[in-house]
Design a protein around this ligand. Structure first.
Ligand code: NAP
Length: 277
């Protein structure tokens, strides 16, 4: 699996598994645990979650899936903005660690920007790095001006990624965010790369995928992952769909296909505003 390098030197795979929607219903537990184990078996070794998902339930599902597994995947979790004070972030991280059943979260993100000063959150993150509870920290749902503010805040240059909504139908980050992050060699983590499955119904994508003999969502994922310095975290609880994620990112997109997608899904206009789900 192709990897990219975070500013701190960590090598991370370009494909991870998302978990939003997991841990919400008891009856789905075994399907979800099996899906995560299947993802690990087929080489997906990055899992994305958040204290918000299923009110901690998604982290618990990961904890169950990792029981008895010696080789832990790279774990990304997120703190709610209202828990992101310098002390609040320590307590929230402990709760997440307990639910996940691990000693360390590899990458801990501020889920979106709230009322608490960035400086406070960064101080909390730094303490978590110092005491070994997280490997590194980053942010989510930030636009280019937020990133500029983070980089000019003391300690802010330690930010490892910004997880944002990015897919064929949501190309807003290409206007300023991706180029400015690339200048600092900070990769973008693309969430909802399949537009939560809705891209399957897009006739432009269907037509291009039909010609290429591919499934539309596989093509959509391949497009995101083929962007430089971008990694993606699609979600599925279906082993077959997870297999398809892996297949989709294994070979580079042919330049003709790339060009057809660029034509069908135009790049953002200048000053495109942030989009989020
Ligand atoms: N930072 C943030 O604010 C933020 C926001 C949103 C998401 N995220 C993260 O990013 C991850 C991915 O985003 P997402 O879950 O919103 O959306 P996504 O990955 O774009 O799409 C996931 C949805 O598509 C369905 N799906 C997957 N493969 C499919 C296929 N071949 N055919 C039809 N449907 C298919 C899945 O259903 P099944 O499970 O039934 O297959 C699921 O409902 C999340 O799980 C979460 O970890 C972060």
């Amino acid at each position: 699996m192709e990897t990219l390098i975070l500013p701190n030197g960590d090598k991370v795979p370009k494909l991870g598994l998302g978990t939003w929607g997991m841990g919400e219903r008891r009856g789905d537990l075994s399907v979800e645990v099996k899906a995560i184990r299947h993802a690990l078996d087929v080489g997906i070794c990055l899992l994305d979650t958040a204290e918000m998902y299923g009110d901690g339930g998604a982290e618990e599902i990961i904890g169950l899936a990792l029981k008895g597994i010696a080789q832990k995947p790279y774990i990304v979790s997120k703190v709610y903005p209202h828990n992101a004070s310098s002390n609040g972030v320590l307590a929230a991280c402990d709760r997440s660690l307990n639910r996940l059943g691990v000693e360390r979260i590899d990458l801990y993100l501020l889920h979106w920007r709230g009322a608490i000063e960035l400086q406070e959150t960064i101080e909390g993150f730094e303490r978590l790095v110092e005491n070994g509870k997280i490997g590194a920290w980053g942010v989510s749902n930030m636009d280019a001006s937020d990133m500029a503010e983070i980089w000019s805040t003391p300690g802010g240059v330690a930010c490892q990624t910004n997880q944002v909504l990015y897919n064929l139908s949501r190309r807003w980050p290409e206007d300023r965010l991706i180029p400015e992050m690339a200048q600092r060699r900070v990769p973008v983590m693309a969430y909802s790369p399949l537009e939560q499955g809705r891209l399957a119904a897009d006739s432009r994508l269907q037509e291009i995928a039909d010609e290429a003999g591919m499934q539309p969502l596989d093509l959509a994922l391949a497009w995101v992952v083929s962007q430089k310095d971008v990694f993606a975290i699609p979600k599925s609880v279906s082993p077959q769909r997870i297999d398809a994620f892996v297949q989709a990112v294994m070979k580079p997109l042919h330049s003709d296909l790339f060009a057809a997608l660029e034509m069908a899904f135009p790049p953002p206009s200048l000053g495109a505003p942030i989009e989020m789900l």
